[in-house]
Design a protein around this ligand. Structure first.
Ligand code: ADP
Ligand code: MG
Length: 291
């Protein structure tokens, strides 16, 4: 026990910090006071250091909770996302989305299109993770799982409150819109969710099919139109119109050593195959021009 800790009733102090809900100060104060004594800190500096320590720990715990509740797939980060593989996607634009400011407050949306394996789920999860680190709340869910839960809620006459509960998430990531089955009741809960969040809370939707094929997702054309209309009103559209990343990676492994010169580097290979893919038809109908 050093001088500082001897001077006060440490046990009583522990109880007080409990009462005040200051767990980080409660746990760590002896280290700070010892250092303050040794380095002759002014009292105000010690006070400020303790307060800042508690706040920093509180932020860290909050982020930890938000990460747990978000159900993000593990390991999908911006750092591990290869932007060279998707030349249509601007890294700067994605980093801007990761800040959250300017779109989450007004309930704007992001819609990511592209064929399977193009990196939509990875990018969505990575954006979600970055947003959580920036203090926002996010839920990542397969669209079909959420629709199932909302259907159960509807049967129990609690659909409205189930949708309201999702309001605590600034961003709801609906992964794989296309896999929602065409059942009427099922698809209309999705429509109700989209309508309820319109201009209030954001959605990030990933889909294999372009808007033109969303008729298969909603029960009737009027509802499809209304859903698309609400979604794109304030939306960033991301097109990951590239060949499957996995398939390309596998091809590169197979062609690995001994490839002809000019295709010798991975980056060159990715660039070439991405360029090939750009000749494909855009998955978006030109009639919809997002802002
Ligand atoms: P999608 O959701 O479009 O079907 P995924 O995001 O699931 O595609 O991507 C398939 C796999 O390839 C995942 O393991 C993902 O991490 C990886 N992947 C896809 N695109 C990239 C990329 N540009 N950089 C790094 N990994 C990628
Ligand atoms: Mg996916």
């Amino acid at each position: 026990m050093n001088d500082t800790t001897r001077m006060v009733d440490a046990q009583r102090l522990s109880l007080i910090f409990n009462d005040l809900r200051l767990p980080a100060i409660k746990r760590d104060w002896p280290g700070f006071t010892t250092r303050a004594d040794k380095e002759a800190w002014p009292a105000a500096r010690l006070l400020a250091t303790l307060a800042e320590h508690e706040i920093a720990e509180r932020d860290r715990r909050r982020t930890e909770r938000h990460l747990l509740e978000a159900h993000l797939p593990p390991g999908k980060t911006i750092d591990s996302f290869d932007f060279n593989a998707v030349p249509q996607i601007s890294k700067a634009q994605i980093l801007a989305l990761c800040a959250g400011d300017g779109w989450l407050e007004k309930g704007a949306n992001v819609i990511a299109f592209g064929p399977p394996g193009g990196g939509k789920s990875h990018l969505a999860a990575a954006i979600g993770l970055a947003l959580i680190e920036n203090g926002w709340r996010v839920l990542f869910t397969r669209t079909s799982d959420l629709v199932q839960k909302l259907q159960v809620a509807r049967r129990e006459l609690s659909l409205e409150s189930a949708i309201t509960k999702l309001d605590k998430y600034h961003l709801l990531i609906l992964d794989d819109l296309a896999y929602v089955s065409k059942d009427q009741a099922e698809t209309s809960v999705l429509f109700e969710l989209i309508s309820a969040r319109y201009e209030r809370r954001s959605l990030l939707i990933t889909a294999n099919q372009p808007f033109g094929e969303w008729g298969k997702v909603f029960p009737d054309p009027a509802m499809t139109l209304a859903a698309v209309d609400r979604l794109v009103h304030h939306a960033n559209i991301l097109e990951l119109n590239v060949e499957s990343y996995r398939r390309r990676a596998a091809t590169q492994r197979r062609t690995g050593p001994g490839r002809p010169p000019g295709r010798a580097t991975i980056n060159e290979n990715l660039r070439l195959s991405a360029a090939d893919n750009q000749l494909d038809e855009s998955p978006l109908p030109t009639s919809i021009s997002p802002n």
